[in-house]
Design a protein around this ligand. Structure first.
Ligand code: C5P
Length: 405
């Protein structure tokens, strides 16, 4: 699902932002709202909170309770909301945007949460200005708009007409439908994987001990599922081979459910040769119980067997496929490490025949089961650290890299 971060600034047209929220939601887009203090004088944060079901960001924690939504869900507790917000969206849309906020963004000023978010955002920025005609035509405003355009900011032109102040001319916020249409066009999935076949492994594997018990791990499958959904949206023909997870099958993806490492290997072997890109996110169990007991082992009678479960190694699916890679195929592995991230990832890159290793630190609540991840991309060209971002955004950033390989 795409996410738009909607910035609302202090202007009489702020109420029209509610219609923008609705229009985007109708198109299946998730909307999060960040407001300036002035905007909250025109429309209450609670309105946006109720419309979006999301916390509304109105200020930094240290600005005190006034900076939060009345129900206390104004992002309280996040010490760096400007980073989190701007990096968790696919588009940062500011509608309406006052002359003042536009000037600040053009000048790199970040003196509140909204403008700090604009400065920190990795998502593309789109601005729908709204102001008095004389403010709009003022040379300073025009210069700021030109500067922002040059930097790649997209504009939704203000309309001509009667303005709230009684003047007539340009400055009226564009029609909410036009704003929604422009945002949707900007969000439209790139089709850069059209014609490409993408194979992805995800989730944990489970290795049975007896009919009731198994060995497994904490993998949620979220990264692999996000990659599969994003690759399909970009036109890829996607197969997802997954161990047991609590996630629904992604749309337009052939999803193959397996349990054990050996079943996963078999499903991958059958499909690997046809794939252009293979991404191994699965947390495959390194070992499995040597013996499977067809009857449930009993406390007491089977204490010895339960107390000493012998493990044998599972096949390394990535390494097996990496060794079989044909020219032109792109193979990506993941590495979850508790220490020496870069060195361990570099070792895995060559040992497993991968083109890229996506490495992250685990433990202390990081990565496993969470919605965010902070990774290091390690390839033969070196290492690149990506900032902390949502797994859905990480999927998009990763596929951006792979689509051009
Ligand atoms: O060796 P390690 O488990 O850290 O390697 C992680 C990478 O190798 C991941 O991409 C994972 O999906 C893959 N892997 C695999 N089969 C295994 C073990 C790991 O495909 N048995």
């Amino acid at each position: 699902m795409k996410t738009v971060l909607l910035g609302v600034t202090g202007c009489i047209a702020a109420y029209k932002a509610c219609e923008v929220v609705r229009g985007l939601q109708k198109a299946g887009v998730q909307v999060k709202v960040v407001m300036t203090g002035n905007a909250t004088a025109f429309v209450g944060p609670l309105t946006f909170h109720a419309l979006t079901g999301q916390p509304v960001a109105t200020g930094f924690d240290w600005e005190g309770p006034a900076a939060r939504v009345p129900d206390g869900s104004g992002g309280a507790g996040d010490p760096i909301p400007h980073i989190t917000l701007g990096q968790s969206a696919d588009l940062f849309l500011i509608a309406p945007c006052t002359a003042d906020v536009m000037a600040k963004i053009a000048g790199g000023i970040a003196d509140d949460l909204l403008t700090s978010t604009a400065l920190a955002a990795t998502a593309p920025l789109m601005i729908a200005p709204a102001m008095n005609v004389h403010m709009y035509e003022n040379a300073a405003t025009q210069e700021n708009m030109a500067k922002l355009r040059q930097r790649g900011v997209a504009f939704i032109e203000a309309d001509d007409g009667y303005l709230a102040c009684g003047d007539v001319g340009r400055g009226r916020l564009a029609d909410p439908d036009a704003i929604v249409a422009a945002a949707l066009e900007a969000l439209a999935a790139k089709q850069d994987l059209a014609g490409k076949r993408v194979l992805i492994t995800a989730g944990p594997t489970i290795e049975p001990i007896d009919p009731a018990r198994y060995i497994s791990n904490r993998s949620s499958g979220k990264t692999g599922f996000a990659l599969a959904a994003e690759a399909a949206e970009r036109g890829g023909q996607v197969t997802l081979v997954t161990g047991p997870v609590a996630l629904g099958d992604p749309d337009d993806v052939e999803t193959v459910h397996v349990e054990t490492a050996r079943e996963m290997l078999q499903a991958v072997e059958e499909r690997f040769d046809g794939a252009d890109i293979a991404i191994f996110t699965a947390a495959v169990c390194d070992g499995r119980p040597e013996a499977f007991s067809p009857r449930k082992l009993k406390k007491g009678a089977d204490d010895e067997a339960l107390g000493r479960i012998e493990l044998v190694s599972n096949p390394d699916i990535l390494a097996t496929m990496g060794a079989r890679k044909r020219p032109g195929q792109v193979v990506v592995g993941f590495a979850a490490e508790t220490e020496d991230l870069e060195a361990n990832a570099a070792k895995k890159l060559s040992a497993k025949g991968a083109d890229l290793i996506v490495a992250n630190l685990v433990g202390e609540g990081r990565a496993f089961g969470t919605d965010t991840n902070e990774v290091l991309l390690v390839s033969s060209e070196g290492a690149e650290a990506l900032p902390l971002m949502e797994k859905t955004r990480l999927a998009a950033v990763l596929l951006d890299r792979l689509a051009v390989l």
